[in-house]
Design a protein around this ligand. Structure first.
Ligand SMILES: Nc1ncnc2c1ncn2[C@@H]1O[C@H](COP(=O)(O)OP(=O)(O)OP(=O)(O)O)[C@@H](O)[C@H]1O
Length: 250
């Protein structure tokens, strides 16, 4: 029995798209400050799981609790306000707005801060995300790495209790991945619980203290990253291909 209450609790989450099962009575807990990585084959339902946590998609069944509060009936913007922060696989910043304005919108609308507090928090968040020097640039002009940083910064600007990161390392070079890992590690080290879906396995293993593999709507493995990486089911379902893909990129 855990003496620490989970910050995020999922109970009996099920979802089908037609005949495709993307969540099969899925239950799991995330502890405060924990960093959970999720791997799994393409189409396994990883992003769909995030959408069901963030309220962008309704599960067929199941309960989502954040810090002891049942969010099940709440819509996405209410969940953001409650403390669920998420990034999207394809960053879609407001291209014509500046980097600062992008983050300010999230601090105001997502985080619910008043004008002065939102200005202060947006500035702090930009620095935290390593974007201070880009504050006045148009978001549409950023490099891919800076766009990824902005995606993380927008989620952080809502002052989340749990941060959901969806393939933020995709498309980056190895040195860029290392920079992003440093950012995410520092955010986690400050105490923020994270769940990170990622195909770039070495980015995950550099960051997370727990790894799960999602396939067929179930967590087929879940535990210490080093154990999960050598799990025969994970290797057969996913990891062989992922390692090959990483080697191809090298
Ligand atoms: N709104 C939707 N309507 C119907 N099917 C959907 C919808 N969203 C996702 N799917 C399907 O559900 C399955 C799971 O998709 P999801 O994007 O969650 O997978 P994933 O594990 O994140 O994959 P990847 O690693 O490729 O990003 C896929 O077969 C996808 O085509």
């Amino acid at each position: 029995m855990s003496v620490v209450d989970p910050i995020l609790r999922l109970r009996g989450i099920s979802k089908k798209f037609g005949e495709i099962v993307v969540a099969a009575d899925l239950s799991t807990d995330l502890l405060p400050g924990q960093a959970l990585g999720i791997v799994g084959p393409n189409g396994a339902g990883k992003s769909t799981l995030f959408s069901m946590i963030s309220g962008d998609l309704r599960p067929d069944t199941g309960v989502v609790e954040l810090d002891g509060v049942d969010l099940t009936g709440r819509r996405a913007h209410e969940r953001t306000r409650a403390g669920i922060g998420r990034t999207f696989q394809i960053p879609r910043p407001f291209e014509k707005m500046t980097v600062f304005e992008n983050v300010l919108v999230f601090a105001t609308v997502g985080g619910g801060l008043g004008r002065d507090a939102a200005f202060r928090f947006a500035a702090e968040t930009l620095d935290r995300a390593g974007l201070g020097a880009h504050a006045n640039e148009a978001a549409g002009a950023l490099s891919l790495l800076a766009r990824k940083r902005l995606e993380v910064a927008r989620a952080l600007a809502t002052d989340p209790k749990v941060l959901l990161l969806d393939e933020v390392a995709g498309g980056l070079t190895d040195p860029e991945v290392a920079e992003l890992v440093e950012l995410i590690r520092s955010v986690n080290a400050e105490g923020l619980a994270i769940i990170w879906i990622e195909h770039v396995v070495h980015a995950l293993t550099a960051t997370v203290d727990r790894l799960a593999c999602l396939a067929g709507g179930r967590m087929v493995a879940d535990g210490n990253p080093q154990d999960v990486l050598v799990d025969p089911i994970v290797r057969e379902l996913y990891l062989g291909q992922a390692v090959m893909a990483e080697e191809d990129l090298a």
